[in-house]
Design a protein around this ligand. Structure first.
Ligand code: HEM
Length: 452
């Protein structure tokens, strides 16, 4: 016989509050997933997770370009209750990042970024005082200790010699150049940030870079998108987000110790590198309660500079090596230009760049074709705005599909063909192209613009 009707009463009373809570959370989530009025159209999503599953099914930038052919250059995605718009093609990216540069310069307050950097540091800071102060300091320091100095070119040549010597130790045997390229490339940034390079045998530094790169991959994974949509997932003791947090804590400790070591003999107001310059700014602003300079933001900024500079440039060079192997004909042309302009016995000089249009064109085509940062870094709107008649509320996540710009048929003939000559005019001179934007556009491009 089943229980009498009254016997289920206490259990029902106990189960009711959690059930009601669950229902309330469900309704809240479904409401969050509704497109705001006037928002761009987009692919239909699933209840709760929206379009996150589609990002796991194929490469997100390829999926997004395909969706733009259905829904238009500006379309929307639901990342599990996080409203996002995707900008595809050069015109759409320019309209937002250049014509409305202030509004589109913010970064989204995603739970992952909040947990990792509290929206501080350099790359992920919100648009405001911290954003301006940290970019200005980075641009000035990179000029003072790096690209603005003639002696810096000599230091890059020195690193190239270390790199070539390390290759020679393989005596022509095959090897994976990834680690050597990573070390050599990061040493250029290291000279500016720490005033020193790390040897290719420094396994501690290499380990830090490796787990940092792993975090970049993890941050782009669908399961971490799920964490952003449902941050309570963070209490689960397993999953990719836990690996990401563990790596981030290890990188933080490593950088904290390194920063302490390189600033040991610091003389205030006589900076030798980025760390000293940052600590000087901290001193100058120590009585300002609103100051955004802090030990924590210094550690985040250093980490961001290292990884932003290393991952990207390393991958460009690795792609370039691969393309030279794939296209011996193009390799032959580059080699001919090198032999003609530099010759076999000395290092190249930056001023010779303008005499090497073909090599310049090949490097540009590698950057266009390989799309090192295919979706840029997520932006956000700092105010309500209107683009192409669509209403975009403040705080909307903005994804710049740079891959779609580099394959935009309005600007590139046969974009799917690797063809360096597209960057040359009829007399073989190098020509710039508007729709070449591997470093993105707008206010967040200012850091890279300062290199040139
Ligand atoms: C070929 C190499 C590189 C590529 C393709 C690349 C690409 C990018 C892209 C697409 C962004 C996002 C811009 C945006 O928010 O819209 C970015 C941001 C950034 N990159 Fe690079 N980058 C490269 C090299 C470097 C180097 C060498 C450094 C420094 C050592 C660096 C430091 C940064 C910083 C600090 C930001 C954030 C800028 C900001 O938010 O204002 N990058 N990069």
């Amino acid at each position: 016989m089943g229980p009498a009707a009254g016997e289920g009463g206490p259990w029902l009373l106990l189960a009711l509050p959690p059930l009601l809570l669950l229902l309330a959370l469900l309704v809240r989530q479904l409401l969050k997933q509704r497109r705001p009025p006037g928002f761009p159209p987009g692919p239909a999503g699933l209840p709760l997770i929206g379009n996150i599953h589609s990002l796991a099914a194929e490469q997100p930038h390829v999926y997004m370009r395909r969706q733009s052919q259905i829904h238009g250059q500006i379309f929307s995605l639901d990342l599990g209750g996080i409203s996002a718009i995707v900008l595809n093609g050069y015109d759409a990216v320019k309209e937002c990042l250049v014509h409305q540069s202030e509004i589109f310069a913010d970064r989204p307050s995603l739970p992952l970024f909040k947990k990792l950097t509290n929206m501080g540091g350099l790359l992920n800071s919100k648009y405001g005082r911290g954003w301006t102060e940290h970019r200005k300091l980075a641009v000035n320091t990179f000029r003072t200790f790096g690209y603005g100095q003639r002696s810096f070119e000599h230091k890059i040549s020195e690193e190239s010699v270390f790199f070539l010597d390390a290759i020679d130790t393989y005596k022509g045997r095959p090897f994976d150049p990834k680690h050597l390229i990573t070390n050599a490339v990061s040493n250029i940034t290291n000279l500016i940030i720490f005033g020193e390079r790390f040897t290719y045998e420094d396994t501690e530094f290499q380990h830090m870079i490796e787990i940092f790169s792993e975090n970049i991959e993890l941050a782009a994974s669908a399961s971490v998108f799920l964490y952003n949509a449902f941050p309570w997932i963070g209490i689960l003791p397993f999953g990719k987000h836990q690996q990401l947090f563990k790596n981030a804590a290890e990188v933080y400790d490593f950088l904290q110790k390194l920063i302490e070591r390189v600033s040991e003999n610091r003389k205030p107001q006589s900076p030798r590198h980025y760390i000293d310059a940052y600590l000087d700014e901290m001193d100058c602003n120590k009585n300002d309660p609103e100051s955004t300079y802090s030990r924590e933001n210094l550690i985040f900024s250093v980490g961001e500079l290292i990884i932003a500079g290393t991952e990207t440039t390393t991958n460009v060079l690795r792609w370039a090596v691969l393309f030279m192997a794939l296209y011996p004909n193009i390799q032959g042309h580059v080699q001919k230009e090198i032999d003609l302009v530099i010759g076999p016995n000395r290092m190249p000089a930056l001023e010779e760049k303008c005499k090497m249009p073909y090599t310049e064109a090949v490097l540009h085509e590698v950057l266009r074709f390989c799309n090192i940062v295919p979706l840029g870094i997520f932006h956000a709107t700092s105010k309500d705005t209107v683009v192409r008649g669509y209403s975009i509320p403040e705080g909307t996540t903005v994804i710049t599909n740079l891959y779609s710009v580099h394959f935009d048929e309005k600007y590139w003939n046969n974009p799917e063909v690797f063809f360096p000559e597209r960057f040359l005019d009829s007399s073989g001179q190098f020509v710039k192209k508007d729709a070449f934007i591997p470093f993105s556009l707008g206010k967040n491009y200012s850091f890279h613009r300062s290199f040139s």
